[in-house]
Design a binder for this molecule. Structure first.
Ligand SMILES: [Fe+2]
Ligand SMILES: [Fe+2]
Length: 206
């Protein structure tokens, strides 16, 4: 896509973020968001591209309230502001500010697309590792198998068919989320602890 502005300084920020929010995450969110925008707001594809590229840059300040930090950084960016109409600039900002699963309340289709895509491009490995850590800390006496079982059960109840995280705006997002966590859900359903252990110990290639 030919853009009116150069986003490379923001794109390179993702190289210093954690695995759940690295460049792969941003590119995955952006790819999926563009797919949704082709169908649901074809005249806003560039706006969706820009907003999805920028949605997590607030992590350069802190993880807490990163949606607000990102919003503030871009609000001050004169080049982006100049390149787009006032309405489109506001849409870019809304996409950033309302992207989080826990707090976001998007009103526009653009911002709904960014929020859905962020959920759909979560990193399965990171989320499973966090769920295991949480369960291990909660019950220090629990055996490894039990920790894996509880973490996988949480993943299934949250991201599986009918799970709370599948309450999204667009049907394509629901499918994508369930697909993203399928290996964990399948292993859980088949009591395949070896597979769950493997997913937990997955190492990034880079
Ligand atoms: Fe985020
Ligand atoms: Fe994100």
């Amino acid at each position: 896509m030919k853009l009116r502005i150069d986003l490379s300084k923001y794109e390179s920020m993702y190289d210093s973020f954690d695995n759940g929010h690295n460049r792969d995450h941003m590119e995955g969110v952006r790819r999926f968001a563009l797919k949704l925008s082709q169908k649901y707001c074809p005249d806003k594809q560039e706006i969706v591209y820009v907003s999805s590229t920028l949605h997590d840059i607030g992590l350069s300040v802190s993880r807490e309230e990163h949606e607000k930090h990102g919003y503030k950084i871009i609000k001050k960016d004169r080049d982006i502001k100049k390149a787009y109409s006032r309405d489109d600039f506001d849409l870019i900002l809304e996409g950033i500010r309302e992207h989080r699963a826990s707090t976001g309340k998007p009103k526009s289709d653009v911002a709904k697309i960014i929020k859905d895509s962020d959920k759909a491009y979560a990193d399965m490995y990171t989320n499973f590792r966090r769920a295991c850590e949480y369960n291990r800390n909660k019950d220090k006496k629990a055996q490894q198998k039990e920790v894996l079982r509880r973490a996988a059960s949480y993943i299934k109840n949250t991201f599986g068919e009918g799970g709370s995280a599948t309450d999204v705006y667009f049907q394509e997002s629901r499918k994508q989320i369930i697909g993203c966590y399928k290996p964990i859900i399948e292993a859980y359903d088949n009591n395949n602890y070896e597979k769950l252990e493997k997913i937990l110990n997955h190492k990034e290639d880079n």
